[in-house]
Ligand binder design. Sequence first.
Ligand SMILES: NC(=O)C1=CN([C@@H]2O[C@H](COP(=O)(O)OP(=O)(O)OC[C@H]3O[C@@H](n4cnc5c(N)ncnc54)[C@H](OP(=O)(O)O)[C@@H]3O)[C@@H](O)[C@H]2O)C=CC1
Ligand SMILES: O=CCCC(=O)O
Length: 292
Amino acid sequence: MEEIGFLGLGIMGKAMSMNLLSHGFKVTVWNRTLSRCDELVEHGATVGETPAAVIKKCKYTIAMLSDPAAALSVVFDKDGVLEQIGSGKNYIDMSTVDAETSSKISEAITSKGGCFLEAPVSGSKKPAEDGQLVILAAGEKALYDAALPVFDVLGKKSFFLGQVGNGAKMKLVVNMTMGSMMNAFSEGIVLADKSGLNPQILLDVLDLGAIANPMFKMKGPSMIQGNYPPAFPLKHQQKDMRLALALGDENSVAMPVAAASNEAFKKARSMGLGDLDFSAVHETVASGKGSS
Ligand SMILES: NC(=O)C1=CN([C@@H]2O[C@H](COP(=O)(O)OP(=O)(O)OC[C@H]3O[C@@H](n4cnc5c(N)ncnc54)[C@H](OP(=O)(O)O)[C@@H]3O)[C@@H](O)[C@H]2O)C=CC1
Ligand SMILES: O=CCCC(=O)O
């Protein structure tokens, strides 16, 4: 595959573009805060001064941006993707956004002759570093097929889910489930502790039973310590809960558990925890500052 463009070098974008470089891809990077490109340049990347410059240079460009506002801004604003997109150019947005945002981007790109694929991912910082993401792609099938050599480096499994919007929806359903599980887990840890049990033993018991899962196993020990080093920032998890609840509204699906979990994540944001890992929602229970 030719040179890959990469827009957005946050926790995920940095790990993913680093991974592409270490697998021999030529990568041209851009980040809103340009200094974040420096480390990638040390590992062989080139810098594009604007999203438009990256699109001009590369046949394939990937974006990994924080939220719908960022994804739209990078495409539609001055010096954005749309200024250089056209026939022969391919844009793959791997950010977690809602189906409406993704469709807007898709329409703008395809109406100028470019190809579009949405491809949000499951898996966090470590899976991104290790090329173990799960890729949830939808849109132009020919672009999906062409991108498989890249997805094979970034992930352990790729799904093609059909029309644009299906990847975004699948991602939101997964993260809605994950966010609700995290709240139940936090309450369990605090309940064990306050009722005189050893939370570490709770982790051992959970890990041997029917609800054992990698998230509890990986995050439980640091949650008990009150440590929340950011892998998946809490502000992004709350964004995903919000977008999933909107999807529930559109489809008349009652989601009382997700709604309560969203309140807990909002509370955590109001406590200044938005840049910590999403497991920091534990503090809303542990500190006695719950959503009531
Ligand atoms: N972290 C995780 O575990 C996972 C995250 N995701 C999703 O991936 C996406 C990226 O997440 P992550 O890397 O963790 O997030 P970060 O907060 O670490 O990075 C966000 C990136 O978006 C850029 N950005 C934010 N606002 C704008 C804007 N208005 N214009 C241009 N660029 C902007 C930031 O640039 P700047 O450096 O200038 O701020 C940065 O490059 C999100 O959609 C998230 O939900 C999906 C799976 C896992
Ligand atoms: O969107 C973030 C997902 C985090 C994960 O799957 O562990």
